[in-house]
Ligand binder design. Structure first.
Ligand SMILES: N[C@@H](CCC(=O)N[C@@H](CS)C(=O)NCC(=O)O)C(=O)O
Length: 192
């Protein structure tokens, strides 16, 4: 498989899953401001949506975090079974639409009161995430799934935009940073 990614973007969640799997894979960086790949291709020609993550599989291109993260969890044996599988999907939906979505104005360059309002919305979503986690170390079960990788990436964005994180999510972020796969994927993306 091949991962199209951009440093520090939501594709880092998939990148961590690839590293953690220990499987062979390829990756190519995408400059999202130009929608050009590292090898000079127009990314829209590869993926009309123009978003990362995008993965090339034997069956063609797959995009959208819920699909990509679930496929990787299935392939790499990190998908929980039974009801927990749906709990993982529930989290991926919540993270994508509620948390990632709430960052939209911040990624869009909002300033002043618009920026402050967006930060407040993101903070409220994190408070809700904290409540839903109910004191657990990971989102589902006793080990991280790709849903955790995704939530982790959004906690990194909190650092970037000066969003206040609840204490338990600061600890959650720190727990991820101890994972060797997280350290390696971040290093490969040039993140500190
Ligand atoms: N609906 C997509 C959104 C993914 C997304 O927002 N990707 C961002 C990076 S985190 C991106 O590629 N943005 C490029 C752009 O806006 O053109 C998904 O869930 O995968």
């Amino acid at each position: 498989m091949k991962l199209y990614y951009s440093p520090g973007a939501c594709s880092l969640a998939s990148h961590i899953a690839f590293v953690e799997s220990g499987e062979d894979y390829q990756k190519e960086k995408v400059d999202l401001s130009e929608h050009k790949t590292e090898s000079g291709k127009d990314f829209y020609e590869i993926s009309p949506r123009g978003y990362v993550p995008a993965i090339e599989t034997e069956d063609g291109l797959l995009t959208e975090n819920p699909a990509v993260l679930t496929l990787l969890a299935d392939r790499f044996g990190t998908a929980p079974e039974g009801r927990d599988r749906y709990k993982m999907l529930e989290w991926i939906g919540f993270i994508g639409t509620e948390i990632h979505g709430a960052y939209g104005p911040l990624f869009g360059g909002a300033e002043g009161s618009e920026k402050e309002a967006a930060k407040q919305t993101v903070e409220e979503k994190f408070k809700l995430a904290e409540k839903l986690m109910d004191g657990g170390d990971w989102l589902v079960g006793d080990k991280p799934t790709p849903a955790d990788n995704y939530l982790f990436v959004t906690t990194l964005w909190a650092e970037k935009f000066g969003v206040n994180l609840p204490r338990t999510l600061q600890d959650y972020r720190a727990r991820h940073k101890e994972r060797p796969a997280v350290q390696q994927a971040m290093k490969e993306e040039g993140l500190g």
